[in-house]
Ligand binder design. Structure first.
Ligand SMILES: Cc1cc2nc3c(=O)[nH]c(=O)nc-3n(C[C@H](O)[C@H](O)[C@H](O)COP(=O)(O)O)c2cc1C
Ligand code: SF4
Length: 517
């Protein structure tokens, strides 16, 4: 009998030793004459348990973790290939509360299937959305996306249906679909997990987008630091082409869509959509003035959809089950689910996909288990390096775009980085300003010059120089960045800086100031 053993090939699991564990499992099985089929699945996102080894049994998949090479022989002694008891036994994987309580729509297959097996993808409901889309008009496809209430998961939360509709209604002999896979935000890894753990879902989402708006060429602009994702995407692309899911005559429909991966230039600003298009055109990643919108004049001046990985990977299930199915999850104008990424000083880091509406506190404590250090969580930065630092008094905020906006915070790409009470928030504010200084594309003055002056002013404050002059000066500078910057890099740097100043004035050596920015 052949036993199926799953060990993630995901970069996070590999960083924690998954390749070595996989080699040891193979070797030990051979030594003992036990037949195994080893599947390198994606990660389930329970990162504190990686490398997480699973084995298929008639009752379901049994998990063991975190497994190191030294544990492999004893796992075989315990007959783990049939689900035998061992000190690292976690029981049925699907019953682990961290996983069981989630609502996985976009991540429904991740950690379950072999990421680069087209057969496995199809056996787990893959390509049902595309098949439906091929029988619809472009307007009908766009209507499903609009009805789903999907908003861009890359940061700005712009309604995806409106963007697609603009491209659909802009006549042009050539249109493009770009997937923004630059994923530069601190503490974010959901895009990577999709590309490594279920690359076909992104390919399917982009193909549907192309068919919907009449775009025949797509590009995945991939963060250069993601070699595992690059490999998985290219393997999946090759298989999709070979089976007729991409190319000149998709599934015999007469529809055409070509797709390729382009590696990014390694700069944070290349994640900004206009800068990304400059980079794709072979130029330096400088931000473009808007208008015109990329939907009207984008890549090479043609109508272009630029969407984040999660936005596009959410499309297949919408076209499979209908816009209303997706819209039934969530709260207010935040519909569907968001894959939240828990990182920083947190006991159980990982990925939690759940409908909008849960509070930040539930996420941090019910899933995250509080801080890894066991000390109180003092601040949480949500939404990447340009997101506000949220104090404990804001932890009851529901995870919803509008609820966050109401307290001058952002959900962004769903990255959550926790800090315990040993953090110095004045240092964090300086770090945020320095980030802007280093990553600025240099096109506009408030950001290019302002961030350099900003670092100097915060340093003066930290070192206690002339606070009566320098604190208002910092606020004034932030106001200029907020209102005068060409893009959100300069325009949002005041979020981390001013939230740190407003919520944690004691760390700056000043008394509390009520005037939230
Ligand atoms: C400085 C900066 C960096 C950005 N980086 C990313 C990124 O890495 N990935 C991403 O999807 N969007 C990023 N964005 C947002 C994109 O400009 C754009 O809004 C997004 O790709 C649109 O896709 P969506 O509508 O699906 O969110 C960034 C924006 C700014 C201002
Ligand atoms: S805000 Fe900064 S990154 Fe954005 S366009 Fe201006 S200089 Fe470039």
């Amino acid at each position: 009998m052949t036993h199926t053993v799953y060990i993630p090939g995901d970069a996070a699991a590999v960083a924690l030793g998954a390749d070595r564990v996989a080699a040891a499992v193979k070797q030990e099985a051979e030594k003992r004459g036990i037949k195994i089929k080893l599947v390198r699945n994606g990660s389930r996102g329970l990162h504190w348990l990686e490398p997480l080894l699973e084995v298929g049994t008639p009752n379901g998949r049994i998990a063991y973790g975190p497994v190191q090479v030294k544990d492999v022989a004893s796992l075989f002694d315990a007959n783990f290939v049939t689900g035998g008891k061992h000190a690292l036994s976690l029981g049925l994987i699907e019953e682990l509360p961290y996983l069981k309580k989630q609502q996985r729509l976009t991540f429904q297959r991740i950690g379950i299937t072999d990421p680069v097996s087209l057969d496995d993808y199809i056996a787990h409901d893959g390509y049902r959305g595309l098949k439906n889309a091929l029988g619809m008009t472009g307007a009908d496809i766009v209507k499903h996306v609009t009805d789903s209430g999907l908003r861009g998961r890359g940061g700005a939360a712009f309604p995806t249906g409106i963007k697609w509709n603009t491209v659909l209604n802009t006549p042009s002999e050539q249109k493009y679909i770009i997937c923004n896979a630059d994923e530069g935000d601190s503490g974010t890894f959901s895009d990577r997990m999709v590309m490594e753990g279920d690359p076909f879902v992104l390919i399917e989402g982009m193909t549907i987008a192309g068919i919907a708006v009449g775009a025949t060429q797509g590009y995945i602009y991939l963060r250069v630091e993601y070699p595992h994702a690059h490999k998985a995407l290219n393997a999946a692309l090759q298989k999709a082409y070979a089976a007729g899911y991409l190319g000149g005559n998709i599934l015999g429909s007469g529809k055409k869509f070509d797709l390729e991966v382009r590696l990014g230039a390694g700069a944070y600003i290349c994640g900004e959509e206009t800068s990304l298009m400059e980079s794709l055109e072979g130029k330096r990643g400088l931000v473009r003035f808007k208008p015109p919108l990329p939907a009207i004049s984008g890549l090479f001046g043609k109508p272009t959809i630029v969407n984040n990985v999660i936005s596009l990977a959410s499309v297949p299930i919408i076209l499979d089950k209908g816009g209303e199915f997706y819209r039934d999850y969530g709260m207010g104008r935040s519909r569907g689910t968001l894959p939240l990424q828990l990182a920083g000083n947190i006991k159980y880091p990982g990925l939690v996909e759940i409908a909008f509406g849960m509070t930040l506190r539930e996420l941090l404590y019910d899933y995250g288990g509080g801080s890894a250090s066991g000390r109180p969580i003092k601040a949480v930065q949500v939404g990447g390096p340009l997101g506000a630092y949220m104090p404990e008094s804001q932890f009851d905020t529901p995870l919803d775009y509008e609820a966050f906006a109401a307290i001058w915070a952002v959900l962004g790409h769903g990255g959550v980085v926790a800090f315990d009470d040993t953090v110095d928030m004045a240092d964090m504010a300086r770090y945020s300003m320095e980030f802007c200084k280093i990553e600025s594309c240099g096109k506009c003055t408030p950001c290019r010059i302002g961030s350099t002056r900003g670092v100097e002013v915060i340093t003066d404050i930290i070192e206690g120089r002339d606070l009566a002059k320098n604190v208002p000066l910092l606020r004034d500078l932030c106001n200029t960045l907020l209102n005068g910057s060409l893009c959100a890099l300069g325009g949002m740097t005041p979020y981390p800086v001013l939230s740190a100043l407003n919520h944690f004035p004691e760390d700056f050596g000043i008394a509390g100031q009520a005037d939230a920015a």
